[in-house]
Design a protein around this ligand. Sequence first.
Ligand code: ZN
Length: 315
Amino acid sequence: MALTIGVDIGGTKIAAGVVDPEGRILRHAKAPTPRGDGELLAEAVAGLVRELRESDREPPTAVGIGTAGFVDEARSRIVLAGNLGLSDDPVRERIARRTDLPVVVENDANAAAWAEVRFGAGRGCRDAVVVTLGTGVGGALIVDGELRRGRFGAAGEIGHYRMVPFGRRCACGNQGCWEQYASGSALVAEARALAAAEPVSAARLLEAAGGDPEGIEGPEVTRAAREGDPAALRCFAAVGEWVGQGLADLAAILDPECFVVGGGVSAAGEILLKPAREAYARAVTGKATRRLADVRPAELGGEAGIIGAADLALR
Ligand SMILES: [Zn+2]
C-alpha cells in the first residue's frame, strides 16, 4: 500500500497527514504558519514530514502540498500568496531538498476539490465544478477526470467571473464579481442591510448583535436561519439565488455532471442549497430539455486539502 503525505498550508496553520490510497488520513501533524519567509515555511513543512515519517512502519513515498495563493503552471513556485506574505517562492524545490522526497504543489482550493471528486461528494463524476463559499468564493474545475489548471495555473477562479457588469466593487480590482453576491461576505452584507432597513423584522438578528446592524456576523445569521428566523431565511434565499444564477452560467459553459458546494456558508445545508438549486433550474439554458447537474453539499470538510494534496502526490 503506497502512502503519501498531504500538507495543507493555510494563512495561520499548516496541517499535514499520512494518507492511504483510499483517502483515509492515518496520522495527523500540525504547526503554525511562519509568514513572509519561504525558507522558514519550507522548514516548518519539512519538520511535519519528518515527524510523520518517523511514526510510520511503511514510509510515505511522496509529499503533496496544497497551498494558499497562486501556483505557477509548472506546479513548482508560489507566484503570489498574500495570506502567506510570499511571492515568487520556489516552494517545491525548498521542500524537496529538505525531505528527499518527490513533491507536488497545488493551489489549496484545487487540492480540496480534487479530494471531493476522488473520495467525497463528487465521487465518480468525471465532470464536476467544486464551489467553495467562504469569505469569498473559490472553486475548481474537473473536466474529463482531470483538474483543469489553465495555461498559467490560474483556472477555476470562479469567484471572480463578472456576474454583474459595473456591479459591486471587489478586492481583485474589478466590479461585479460573483463572490460579491454569493459568498459569506455577501450574506453578512445582506443581513446588515436588511437589519438597517427593517429593524422590526430583523429583531432577532439585531438582538444578537447588540442592536447594531454592523455587528451582525455570518455564524449568527446561520444560527438564526436554522431556528427558522424569517429575516435570516430571507438573507439565505437572496444569497442562494445568486449562487444558483452563477451555477447556471457555469453549466452553460462546462455542462458538469455535478456541482459540489462547500465552505463556511454551506454549513447551512439545505437552507442555502434549496434556493440555489431552484434558481439554477430556473436560469440554466435549455432547461426544458437538458439534464440538470446535481447540486450536492461537500462531504470532506476541513480535511479535504490534506487528502487531495496527498492523492495528487500519488499520481
Ligand atoms: Zn473579483
